[in-house]
Write a protein that binds this ligand. Sequence first.
Ligand code: ADP
Length: 625
Amino acid sequence: MKKETKNLSWSKIIQLHLRSIADIHRLFPKLYPYMIVQRILDALKPYISIYISAQLINELAGLRRAEVLWFWVFLAISYAVVIALISNLLNYVKNNQTAFFGSRKNQGLLTAKLLSMDYADMDNQNTRDLYYQIMQNENWMNWGIQRTFQLFPNIVKDVTSIIGAIALTYSLFTIPVPDTAGRLTLLNHPLFVPALFLLMIGISALSGFCLSKAAAHTSDNTESAKFSNRLNSFYGKLGSQTKRAADIRLYKQQTISLHYFTHYNIWGLDSKLAKESAGAVGIYSAIADGISALFTGIVYVFSCLKAWTGAFGVGSITQYVGAVTALSGSLSSLVRLVGEMKVNAEYLEITYDFLDIPNSMYQGSLTTEKRSDRQYEVEFQDVSFQYSGTDRWALRHVNVKFQIGSRLAVVGENGSGKTTFIKLLCRLYDPQEGRILLNGIDIRKYNYRDYMNIFSVVFQDFQLLSQPLGANVAGCKAYDRERAKKALINAGFGERLASLPEGLDTQLYKDFSEDGVVISGGEAQKIAIARALYKDAPFIILDEPTAALDPIAEAEIYAQFNQISGDRTAIYISHRLSSCRFCDEILVFDKGEIVQKGSHETLVTLENGKYHELWHAQAQYYAEQ
Ligand code: ADP
């Protein structure tokens, strides 16, 4: 698989890099100032040594004055000490700043974006694809913002190095060869300097070009590397996942994993990438190095000839050769970095496509007011909804009005639209057709956070955090302990709570603490229910959080919950009809539509109805059981 190459304009390439530099600076304000000072010092460091050495050699080969020699020796030593001190200090600060740079940067940009985007976008396959693509690009050679982090200071270093080299080599071209030098006075020809300069630029550009070709070749493997990284990140972790340990052993899943490693791994010694390293990538890098060496040779000859004519001392040869070698190295490195910028811009574009996903959900400003009488009435008016990327209606022409304080059951087979109905009610998605009204006003007109506040939902796949129990229930660190305790007791967790020595402060799970408590699925579900109760919202919704339990246990929990939900409007979702018989009204979903409404007693008698069909199918199953 070859990466598609886009031809981005240079203004776009620079704009993308400036934006990523600004983002890095925003997240790590001290990082670049330190790194840049450090890189400037790094760039100048060799030149100062070169210059001092040249002066020492010139003096040794010339007048040999002790005080002058001592002066240069003193300068060389103090310079080395001062530079070592500053450099180490800056390095220490920089390392401190860059510790976990990758994950801290991702937390500040990618995760922050994921957390702030509309739920509908988060749940969209394109969004997930973009996100994984960015992560893969980073894993594979640090492309994207991670690459900018190094690129920018290195460009500063190369530019400084070029300026330093020009300052040190300036006199190589300006000091004339004496008239006594015979044919070598040709070196004074006015065209000699520009010719040599052009040669130098040409050679450096060629060497940089070869290096960037090598980088582009490696980048061509991005697609296969992405896939390989994906395999690695999935199969590589398989062995360490406790949840999978039993399945792996029982079904010999390690055999399938090894198959993937051997057949799709691009990192192997005989892989295409390994062959390319010995082929195109290696050859381009070798040519680049060879060209640079050739260039140093030319400058060597030029400075030796000039020194031979007596234009300057032998010490200056060290200075010129050292400086010009560094100049050539920095020029080719700069060309390579500029080439890398071109490649990197394509990856940055993907990153910003992701970060720029707009929050397009309309945000109203009306407040829902926390009403103590809980008089909130919701109505679905001819609501239809399709998930993005599908052409099937998950909900079609749904009309329903919830009676305040009533118990409503939503039943139907798997895939009939029950969860979608709840997600629309909570405005996790907006319907394509129809409206949902809260107290007669379209829910889009309310402030979104306010609107969310009127719902407590326990979803099927609820998630608890590896945090203390009380913090899980309250959703924050500082909370009302009595209220949290009461919610847990009401949710049926009282006995277990009493048995926990640390009570509400018990750490859940062992991710962050050896003393963490691993709770069972049923206990987790009770905590999730307590969390919903603690929120004390006017609507309380249970979306089959009990799917793992048997029908009798589920029915018990629902009945118990019926008592504790008090004067709230409660909605129960289940594909087990028996669990919800106590409800005032039952909505029967089938293929995204509400096909029946009514009480259990009425619905069960309607022989041609869906409810009757489902009820008898399930009753027969349980009877057989
Ligand atoms: P239920 O809760 O009754 O089991 P759902 O509301 O979860 O049903 O699903 C209704 C339909 O929408 C199903 O066909 C399901 O495959 C589809 N669906 C659910 N979630 C998504 C999603 N995120 N993207 C695409 N289709 C979905």
